[in-house]
Design a protein around this ligand. Structure first.
Ligand SMILES: Nc1ncnc2c1ncn2[C@@H]1O[C@H](COP(=O)(O)OP(=O)(O)OP(=O)(O)O)[C@@H](O)[C@H]1O
Length: 648
């Protein structure tokens, strides 16, 4: 199967989420027009003054070509026939220099208008892009569950919405005004042409129509191609990011993966190019005959007018006006077709933007959500079943367990046992497929999700290393306290991160990134571009972040010590000991030494609770926990010499 076949298959995998074909033409035109004016209205909302100037500039600019053609005709007629020139206003017959001045003013205005409209367009574009992009990301960050972000079709749509958010407003507004300009130019120039020959005027209009229809059909195809290559574009971006990312740089070099990744990147790029090439070829082949038809109409018309002039039916001014008007109408018609085509194709992309904005929450919200209350007794999982997709394997199969208020529970188990999944269910990133999670006897699905999350804090296994300042990395846990030094410092101290921050060049304001620097701190000294931390140091900051939130009822720590040295791990154990007195904690760890103090240890195996109890109870039971604990403990002991082992 060729790469291109692959592109087709990816498109199919989008299933029913592809843009729908077969809409009735009128409905499409109607909704497209509404959408186009909705986008233009954004311009009025974001930059009303600039839009008003653009309207004025467009109207003036649109009338200039007809004015030029008419003035040239008058000038030539006055030069040829003097004061007998037909149709020329009397004052201009006597003073043709006024026509010359008028032509000069129109030329100057024409040149000026394009610069003014370029400047004003830029202002509108920037204002609308800000508005539209911020709406898009506000919507995206409001999606409360994780399912959409794991859905490839949604990610493709998001990518196209992002492109359309930055390009579409500008394209649509620019093209709408281009359309208005084109219509006025065509109408006014046709007026001049009708004065010479109504038949040719009709022919010129008819010759422009097929171009419009062909372009609209091709636009639909262009949008389909863009959608089909979208997964490839996303993969292309993935390979490129990977090869540029400092985190991947070492592995790419040690394994010599550069050529492999470049090859994969080129493969995607070639497939994208091939799809675009096919479309461009089709566009070219469709346009070539139309261009020939246009040339035939204007060439034939010119012969006809010249023959008429030789017979004395037309003046020299008529011939010049014919040439100018025919060229003007054809040029404006071509521009109009392009503008309508751009609006059409951009609006097809805007549909993705609208879809993203209309994306429903994947977590079903109750009709009347209950505000989350402080935990009084316990969090209880009752027969929780979960799988990531409807046809995927069950990850949790009837898990029941309890986390008492101010109690500490540890969850252990082999890789893939479902520990992190359980954590995400507790944070309501997903809802259980069956069963329920109760917060003091109320199903957490009944609570307002943001309210519930504000009562919880966490260190995730794959915590984020924010390329922000040390202060921001910590304060992200409770952003309302971003400027509260005492609070940020206390969280850092509790997590043992204060010593790390103290060693940084600008303390809490040090940028933790080698890619950005903090302008406020370093000013022009760009040599002082931030720093980055070791894995364990980052983990300490993540822990500090989780401690920022006051009034939390549950602290979830998913592998919080995986990157810590033995001394740091010991400190975190002590910290957990102190936390236990104020908050319910759920600790997930493979380091069984770190969980032995928990009041309850739950062993997950194959998606079920295999055993649970205190450390001593589980060791006495001699089950899976005892086996794993002994295995790990043995690794810390000196190997027993072979001879001794035998004699013992
Ligand atoms: N987003 C996801 N989509 C589909 N399957 C997933 C997703 N996340 C995890 N899984 C699957 O769910 C199972 C449990 O994963 P989970 O991360 O919960 O295990 P874990 O016990 O935390 O493992 P580890 O000890 O390695 O961290 C695994 O088989 C994994 O492949």
């Amino acid at each position: 199967m060729t790469d291109d076949d692959g592109a087709g298959r990816d498109a199919v995998s989008g299933g029913d989420t592809r843009p729908r074909r077969g809409h009735r033409a009128l409905t499409a035109i109607g909704s497209g027009t509404v959408r186009a004016f909705r986008v233009a209205a954004l311009g009025a909302q974001a930059a009303p003054g600039a839009l008003a100037v653009l309207v004025l500039v467009t109207l003036t600019d649109a009338l200039l070509p007809a004015g030029g053609v008419l003035a040239t005709k008058w000038l030539l007629d006055v030069l040829q026939l003097g004061s007998d020139a037909p149709g020329v206003p009397q004052p201009l017959r006597d003073r043709p220099v006024l026509i010359v001045v008028g032509l000069a003013v129109m030329t100057l205005a024409g040149a000026l208008m394009s610069h003014v409209s370029q400047y004003v367009n830029g202002r509108i574009r920037r204002a609308v892009t800000l508005l539209v992009t911020s709406r898009l990301f506000t919507t995206v960050t409001r999606l409360s569950g994780l399912r959409h972000f794991e859905d490839p079709a949604f990610r493709d749509r998001l990518r196209m919405a992002q492109t359309s958010a930055s390009d579409a407003p500008d394209e649509v507004i620019d093209s709408l005004f281009g359309t208005v300009r084109g219509v006025i130019t065509i109408a006014s120039t046709l007026g001049v042409l009708v004065m010479i020959s109504p038949v040719v005027a009709v022919l010129v209009v008819v010759a422009a129509m097929p171009g419009l229809i062909v372009q609209l059909v091709l636009n639909r195809e262009r949008a389909d191609v863009l959608w089909r290559i979208s997964p490839r574009s996303r993969r292309l971006a993935f390979y490129q990011d990977l090869m540029m990312h400092p985190v991947a740089a070492a592995e790419v070099r040690i394994f010599g993966a550069g050529r492999f990744l470049t090859g994969r990147m080129n493969r995607e790029l070639r497939a994208i190019n091939a799809a675009e090439e096919r479309l461009d070829r089709k566009t070219f082949l469709a346009h070539a005959p139309l261009m020939v038809a246009g040339a035939v109409v204007s060439g034939g018309g010119l012969v006809w007018v010249v023959l008429g002039a030789l017979r004395g039916d037309f003046t020299a001014g008529d011939v010049t006006a014919f040439v100018g008007a025919t060229g003007g109408v054809q040029g404006a018609a071509a521009g109009l077709v392009m503008c309508l085509a751009r609006i059409h194709s951009t609006l097809l992309l805007v549909a993705h933007y609208d879809d993203v904005l209309a994306t429903p929450q994947d977590l079903i919200a109750p009709a009347a959500p209950v505000p989350a209350r402080p935990l009084e007794h316990e969090i209880r999982l009752e027969d929780v079943w979960f799988r990531y997709t409807d046809d995927g394997p069950w990850v949790l199969r009837g898990v029941s367990m309890t986390i008492p208020v101010r109690g500490s529970v540890a969850v252990v188990g082999l890789n893939g046992a479902g520990k992190s999944t359980l954590v995400k269910l507790l944070m309501r990133m997903y809802d259980p497929s069956r069963g329920a999670i109760l917060w003091d006897d109320t199903d957490i699905r009944g609570y307002d999700v943001d309210g519930l999350r504000s009562r919880v804090s966490a260190v995730f296994q794959d915590f984020v290393q924010y390329e922000l300042s040390a202060r921001e990395n910590i304060a992200l846990g409770a952003l309302e306290h971003l400027d509260d030094d005492a609070r940020v410092h206390a969280a850092a101290r509790a997590a043992g991160a204060d010593r790390i921050v103290a060693g940084l060049q600008h303390g809490y304001d040090t940028m933790l990134s080698r890619a950005f620097w903090n302008d406020d701190e370093v000013g022009d000294d760009t040599t002082s571009v931030g720093t980055t931390l070791s894995g364990g140091q980052w983990q300490r900051l993540a822990l500090a972040r989780s401690l920022m939130r006051s009034g939390r009822d549950l602290l979830v720590l998913d592998e919080p010590t995986s990157g810590l040295d033995p001394q740091a791990e010991n400190e975190v154990r002590d910290l957990l000991g102190t936390l236990r007195t104020g908050t319910a904690t759920l600790l997930v760890s493979h380091r069984l030494g770190a969980v032995r103090d928990a009041q309850q240890i739950v062993v997950l195996a194959g998606g079920v609770v295999a055993e649970q109890g205190t450390h001593d109870e589980l060791m006495r039971a001699g089950g899976e926990y005892a086996r794993l604990f002994t295995l790990q403990a043995t690794g810390y002991q000196d190997p027993v010499p072979a001879g001794e082992g035998v004699s013992a």
